[in-house]
Design a protein around this ligand. Structure first.
Ligand SMILES: Nc1ncnc2c1ncn2[C@@H]1O[C@H](COP(=O)(O)OP(=O)(O)OP(=O)(O)O)[C@@H](O)[C@H]1O
Ligand SMILES: [Mg+2]
Length: 288
């Protein structure tokens, strides 16, 4: 029995004359890891921003567990959706532990400012929250760096810390925007295990990634966004086998290099995996 955690209906985001996201319907069910892929500039991050209230969609609605969300970031977080950013956003001059504690502010009585200014109320709440924060640091493997300044962490660990901070708001859905960008292959592998472990804790995951192996290894379902539209959606097998996906990457008009490398990855990941019969597929738009 699958229950939708996230339901985006007919989401459109226009910036002046540019339609970055066009009439996208999108569902994430409980227990799922879903991937969102597409060439650079396809509208993936914009879609995340619409889901999390950073942008107010021009049209459409976003629901979390059956309730339409107001497009306000703190209310979205409070409702149960947490995210990380393509460009890491940490409090650089705070410690690892403090960054996670700040992530807990939606779940404590103390507000964000109290957390940032560390008043007496925060000190008290901090004590109660610290245990949970340390648990999360253990979980992602940064417990031994609790007192390091965030800015001194290697890049890969900063990405992990951002995940821990997102988890600190006790979400039911976690959105990851390019979690392995800048990581070496070992770190990427470890992140794969981490995402599975997060899912196993009962948190649904929606992730944007350019690393195709990572996506196809992890995801129960993958949606492909091209020029703001959902072109293909289905299991990894279905998406890998769809020639429009490869065409979309190869047809990318700028930055041909990364697009081409990804198209090759899609093709290679597709060959040699003779997988099961495709279960779901819905398509929209035309092949180019
Ligand atoms: N705030 C904004 N104002 C105007 N245009 C924007 C804004 N944010 C995004 N865009 C445009 O919307 C389009 C989609 O951008 P977006 O960042 O969502 O793509 P993406 O799929 O995340 O790409 P990448 O893989 O490179 O991160 C781009 O043409 C971008 O320039
Ligand atoms: Mg992006």
């Amino acid at each position: 029995m699958t229950t939708p955690v996230l339901e985006a209906r007919d989401v459109t985001m226009r910036f002046g004359g540019l339609t970055a996201v066009r009439s996208v319907d999108f569902t994430v069910n409980s227990g799922e890891i879903v991937g969102l892929i597409g060439p650079n500039g396809a509208g993936k991050t914009t879609f995340f921003n619409c889901l999390t209230g950073l942008y107010v969609p021009t049209e459409g609605t976003v629901s979390y567990k059956g309730t339409v969300l107001p497009p306000k970031p703190h209310l979205v977080t409070k409702a149960g959706i947490a995210r990380t950013f393509q460009n890491i956003r940490l409090f650089a001059n705070m410690t690892v532990l403090e960054n996670v504690l700040v992530g807990r502010h939606t779940r404590t009585k103390e507000g964000l400012w109290s957390a940032l200014l560390r008043g007496p109320g925060f000190k008290k709440a901090e004590k109660a929250s610290e245990e949970r924060a340390m648990e999360l640091l253990e979980f992602i493997g940064l417990a031994d760096k609790r007192d390091h300044l965030a800015r001194n962490l290697p890049y890969g660990e900063q990405r992990k810390l951002e995940i821990a901070r997102a988890l600190a708001s006790e979400p039911g859905l976690l959105l990851l925007d390019e979690p392995t960008a800048g990581m070496n292959p070992q770190e990427t592998r470890a992140t794969e295990d981490l995402v599975f472990a997060i899912r196993d804790k009962g948190i649904a995951v929606l992730l944007i990634e350019h690393d195709m192996r990572f996506v196809f290894n992890l995801c129960d379902r993958v949606a492909v966004l091209v020029q703001g539209e959902k072109l293909v959606e289905g299991t990894s097998d279905v998406v890998q086998a769809d020639e429009r996906v490869v065409a979309a990457y190869l047809g990318e008009p700028f930055q041909g290099e990364p697009g081409e490398a990804e198209a090759t990855e899609v093709t290679e990941a597709g060959t040699g995996t003779s997988g099961d019969a495709p279960s779901t597929t819905s398509t929209k738009g035309e092949a180019k």
